[in-house]
Design a protein around this ligand. Structure first.
Ligand code: ASP
Length: 413
């Protein structure tokens, strides 16, 4: 049974990979029929994305609630919670610093694209205090309707805590949450079965309308971002899982491969959640820890997105002939960390949040148009890093918790 499941999962990852290769070939062949690809192929990709968006809210709400409830003790949730948040913040700050360093090293090789005629409609930027206030929901239903992920996380934590505090009397709520969680995970699994088609329909129009030429001109920017993604994974995650997670990095990356391939093709951290849970548990993460840490990470921990923001800020500044000062770079580190927290784990979300980073240092938001055409290519890599960071956290926190419990048990003897 277990074996049959494994073959099925691996074959889904394989199918996605094949779909990706086919999409690139078809896209290149259809460069003269880009309108056809956009009008008739892309909508099927949009259907797939809509289905993922439809399932995101209940999955995050229920799995965080479930994770908290299964810990049965608020102090334990606190112990796991602070370790998770500290790890997420530190790795994201490292990521954006890497992005800025490599971006600066590559600056001389970046193409200088003309910036006249650029128009990009950015969403209105909100201040830090407004962002803080907006994390707390003022209505029970609105967060679900508007898919406000941070508000949903606050709801999940509050309800989870209340269920633990009510205790025995809430046992039917515990069972209902567990069962509902299973049902929604199943729906997610069904949607994910469509992912090879989704990946093909999303990627093919991108390649067809951008053409190899544009990708070529931005190749250096893409290369800089991908070098950073790889460096961050190889240096930071390897060190972290080896020293704090007690796991060999090679084993970690090998075990994560199915989730990484899926993230690469789907460009959605939240969409990769079920596969990420599966891979992390197989690598030794506790179920209760993983079901709290991973959905939280899929929403707030975006190391790849932070790197992308750093590299793109440098690129956009260089196209406008602006040299960023040290103070501006430090501002970018702070705002990109916050912006990556606010980025939803769905395709393209990071590009929208890039506006916040550019505005914070006075760079023209229109500059986003320079990278918008190939955003998907940045997005695929950044999502791989985003979910790998979440899984490394689940493994590390599980290992630290196991050690803490063992120490407590020894002291009690
Ligand atoms: N697509 C990314 C993710 O799901 C978010 C982003 O656009 O940066 O993790």
């Amino acid at each position: 049974m277990e074996n049959a499941k494994k073959t099925k999962k691996l074959s889904l990852a394989g199918q996605i990979f094949i779909a990706m290769v086919l999409a690139i070939i078809a896209g290149l062949l259809m460069q003269n029929a880009a309108d056809f690809a956009t009008n008739y192929i892309k909508p099927f990709g949009t259907i797939f994305l809509n289905l993922i968006k439809f399932i995101v809210c209940p999955i995050v709400l229920l799995s965080i609630m479930n994770g908290i409830i299964s810990m049965k003790d608020i102090r334990k949730v606190g112990a796991i919670g602070w370790k998770t948040v500290v790890y997420y913040l530190c790795t994201t700050a490292f990521a954006i610093t890497f992005g800025l360093i490599i971006g600066n090293l590559f600056k001389g090789m970046f193409p200088v694209v003309a910036t006249t005629d650029l128009v990009y409609e950015a969403a209105e930027a909100t201040s830090f205090m407004d962002t803080l206030v907006n994390i707390f929901p003022s209505n029970f239903i609105a967060p679900l309707v508007n898919a406000s992920m941070l508000q949903i996380i606050v709801m999940a934590i509050l309800i989870g805590f209340a269920v633990i505090l009510v205790g025995e009397k809430a046992s039917s709520v515990v069972t209902a949450t567990e069962h509902l969680n299973e049902v929604f995970m199943k729906i997610m699994e069904l949607i994910l079965k469509l992912s090879p088609i989704g990946v093909f329909c999303l990627l093919c129009p991108v390649i067809a309308s951008n053409g190899a030429a544009i990708i070529g001109s931005l190749a250096m920017v893409l290369l800089a971002a991908y070098i950073c993604y790889a460096l961050h994974a190889i240096v930071i995650y390897s060190l972290a899982v080896r020293t704090m997670g007690g796991l060999s990095p090679l084993k970690f990356f090998k075990g994560m491969l199915p989730a990484m391939i899926f993230a690469f093709s789907s460009a959605s951290s939240v969409g990769t959640l079920p596969l990420n849970l599966d891979c992390s548990e197989k690598l030794g993460a506790d179920r209760e820890v993983a079901s709290f840490v991973l959905p939280l990470g899929a929403t707030i921990n975006m190391d790849g997105t932070a790197i992308y923001m750093g590299v793109c800020s440098i690129f956009i500044a260089s196209c406008y002939g602006i040299d960023l000062t040290l103070t501006q770079m430090i501002t970018i580190i702070l705002t990109a960390t916050l912006a990556s927290i606010g980025t939803a784990g769905v395709p393209g979300a990071g590009m929208v949040m890039l506006a916040m980073v550019l505005t914070s240092v006075g760079l023209p938001v229109d500059g986003i148009a320079l990278v918008a055409g190939v955003d998907r290519l940045f997005d695929m890599g950044r999502t791989v890093l985003n979910i790998t960071g979440d899984a490394s956290c689940a493994i590390i926190v599980s290992n630290l918790e196991t050690k803490r419990e063992a120490k407590k048990a020894r002291q009690a003897q």
